[in-house]
Design a protein around this ligand. Sequence first.
Ligand code: IMP
Length: 428
Amino acid sequence: MTATLVFGAQWGDEGKGKIIDLLAAEADLIVRFSGGNNAGHTVVVGDKKYALHLIPSGILREGAVNYLGGGVVIDLWHLRQEIQGLRDLGVTVTPGENLFLSQCAHLILPYHREEDRIREELRGSGKIGTTGRGIGPAYQDRASRSGLRMGDLLDPVYLGERLSAVMLEKNRFLRGFGHAGMDPADLLAELLEIAEELRPAICDTGGIVRRALKDEKSRVLFEGAQGLLLDVDLGTYPYVTSTSVATGGLGGGAAVPPQSIQRVLGVAKSYTTRVGEGPFPTELDDQVGEHLREKGREFGTTTGRPRRCGWFDLVAMSYTVEVCGAQELALTKLDVLSGSKSIQVATHYELDGRTYEEFPAGLPGLDRVQVRYEELPGWEEELSDIRKFEDLPSKAQDYIQYLESKLPVRLSLIAVGPDRDQIIRRPS
Ligand code: IMP
């Protein structure tokens, strides 16, 4: 058995979709364990572009079986749409054959989306900048024991009773903010209608994955969503998502022992981006940032929002790879840096007379730190057609080797374009 965990090593949008798609070619099971349709994974295959939000990127590989573990929150309306979208592009999605959904996964219901919107409005200038998908409220209900789960869909009477009980409070909240409220009977009918096709897929995914982990021949890929700096405990709280996005969320979210994982691979962009609010020490609020946004097409897959752009941050990266125990990093979008005269890399922060070489997660002044950079020479050449490390311009090789010298990981994959084939492999 081989088990690999892929996680985002920045603030999400690192290009995990492309890397997972690549590794999925050598995997039998692909398992998502946290988040919901706040995620956005883009995979380009030839002239087709797939934007995945909830369904693991392994769905694009024939023979791979995809699982949404109990730590995922599922919006059935969105799932139906995503399945249809994939089918329209010629992808086979067969619930119960190549897609399975944990009976423990919580449902995102329409009132969660409304709640997300209302709570963001109430936060005013302190808003998080959520994706508006109802993620936070659904996890909030999970923690407060008011959630409904995929397994409940298999027992309509129980589901109806739970929905009526929970919605008494939900409707009181919604009406308090001028919303007309929602009818539990209507919601029940809609849920059951959408769930019909999904019934064969609802099962104990944890048990299946654990059995696979015991089988010598099976290859399991755990697909992290978001990025470690958005982790509810380890990230830039409160400007984070509501889950443990990497190693921390794996045990509960996929129902597997964490020691099952042999290979931990982080994905990082060659620079840094962030969507939504919150501290971003290396953010570039100038023409260079604008250039990265345009050249890197840095607009959210999920919300279309322009992403904030900045330089690569070694302080943050050392933290994320260390806290997840990563042995390898996949560096994406190296091609976007072509044409930059020089490239800056953050080496440490300073704040109120103190120097920080370790990422000070939880430091209230993180938005005020002075960032210290090392400047490296850039290169002009375009990289999109390069497939071998030795063929990269020497300055690009120097950049990779510089990062490797500063991080406790090997940069084993380097992406030079969005297409599946635009990758440089660096075997150990
Ligand atoms: P939520 O997950 O919708 O509650 O949003 C919380 C924060 O996480 C916001 O700043 C979002 O922009 C950010 N976020 C959530 N999912 C992703 C993702 O997949 N990529 C990048 N940012 C994300």
